[in-house]
Design a binder for this molecule. Structure first.
Ligand SMILES: [Zn+2]
Length: 414
């Protein structure tokens, strides 16, 4: 077996081993802590709710293991298994121009990947979420979502793919700088347009204008310099019983969004605390920082792709027999995540640090108590485990474990 093929198989298999090991740790840890509510939550969360959360976590974590195995098989089938090579040959046989052949290969590959992912999504939604009482998605809503997402992806993706392939074929050795500029403009435009033009295609957003809340949050928003028209309630209950709140977008399209499911269970002072947390993300410019980081990383990514594209072994050792711009692009998209998976803990750590920053901001605005109450309700109602495995959590979790978050909030308020 050629050197790089061997390395690739090794990385895929080791990555799968690591994923399964982390899941096994999580399942064992949650199961071992299933019969006792942690002391901090003893008065607020019942043993039966704690056990429900454990069962839900175990169920999802186990199923994720099957997904990981499926993904590894799919990655190897696309590359060394000859999947991409076969798709490539089928399109080349049509005798279209390189630009149209490339666009055809990329779009049909995306459609096939989507179809392969579908059984997993269906199982998660209609078996696991339903079993634990969270699913509100009807088959009708699911089908409508799928059709809308596909049309939207084709509508936005096709011109982008055409433009990128055209630049790769026409701009010579420095094509990757051009493509990077297009990519950066595209992600920036998408982040700007998403809250206002895309998210409303799937959910209804209504301005939060409850009388008592409005007066309560007015001063908070003024202090943060956030225009109050940007706070919305989303009908999350259409699809699921899970509740959440998030901050998104920038410029005139920045928004703080509450799921209706969350809003229904929170008292006004708790809503204010969650809002203050989201304003913390706004004050610390977390959306902007994420975009700067992703744009910088994508520049390095395109430079790497530009080099790989000129290496015959990159194609041959990954199972593609006729090198082309589109095969390079597709191989890169399939193979790179296998290598960058090991960076996951770094990104998780960065995200958790930002959560602490947002919590700290909320504490200065509303005090620690209402945020702690809101978090407790959020964990309880979402059946999020209070006892995650520390290693699994350090590797994956974008939010710190509940007990540690509350510890930080309490320690700082003393
Ligand atoms: Zn947050």
């Amino acid at each position: 077996m050629p050197m790089f093929s061997l390395l690739f198989v090794l990385v895929v298999m080791l990555g799968l081993g690591l994923r399964l090991w982390l899941r096994w740790r999580q399942v064992s840890y949650v199961r071992n802590h299933r019969d006792a509510v942690p002391a901090v939550f003893a008065e607020k969360i019942s043993l039966s709710a704690h056990r429900r959360a454990a069962d839900y976590t175990i169920d999802r974590t186990r199923f994720g293991g099957f997904e990981n195995m499926g993904e590894a098989v799919i990655v190897l089938a696309w590359t060394l298994g000859g999947g991409l090579d076969a798709l490539n040959r089928a399109w080349l046989a049509l005798g279209l121009s390189p630009l149209l052949t490339g666009t055809g290969v990329l779009i049909s590959a995306a459609v096939i990947m989507g179809l392969l992912d579908l059984p997993f999504t269906l199982w998660r939604t209609f078996v696991i979420e339903t079993r634990h009482g969270f699913n509100h998605t009807t088959p009708g809503v699911f089908a409508t979502d799928l059709i809308k997402q596909t049309l939207l992806a084709l509508f936005i993706g096709t011109p982008l793919v055409l433009l990128i392939l055209w630049l790769m074929q026409r701009m010579g050795g420095w094509w990757w700088l051009w493509v990077w500029a297009v990519w950066a403009a595209f992600t920036l435009g998408l982040a700007w347009a998403y809250p206002r033009f895309i998210a409303p295609l799937f959910n209804t957003f209504t301005p939060l204008d409850d009388g008592e809340l409005r007066t309560r949050v007015g001063r908070l928003l003024d202090r943060a310099g956030f225009r109050s028209r940007g706070i919305f309630v989303m009908d999350g209950s259409r699809r699921s019983g899970h509740g959440n709140a998030y901050f998104t977008g920038f410029g005139r399209n920045k928004r703080i969004v509450f799921f209706d499911t969350l809003l229904n269970t929170l008292e006004p002072d708790e809503v204010e605390a969650v809002l203050a947390h989201e304003l913390g993300h706004f004050r610390h410019r977390h959306v902007l920082k994420a975009m700067v980081l992703m744009t910088t990383l994508s520049l390095a990514g395109f430079a790497l792709l530009a080099w790989l594209m000129t290496q015959p072994w990159f194609y041959a050792d990954l199972g593609v027999h006729s090198p082309s711009t589109w095969s390079a692009l597709l191989l890169f998209v399939i193979a790179l995540p296998q290598f960058t998976y090991l960076l996951t803990p770094l990104f998780s750590w960065r995200s958790r640090r930002q959560e602490f920053e947002a919590d700290a901001y909320a504490r200065t605005q509303t005090g620690a108590a209402p945020l702690i109450q809101a978090l407790t309700k959020l964990y309880r109602d979402n059946s999020s485990t209070l006892t995650p495995d520390p290693v699994h959590s350090a590797f994956y979790d974008s939010h710190p474990p509940a007990s540690i978050r509350i510890q930080h909030l309490n320690a700082a308020s003393r």
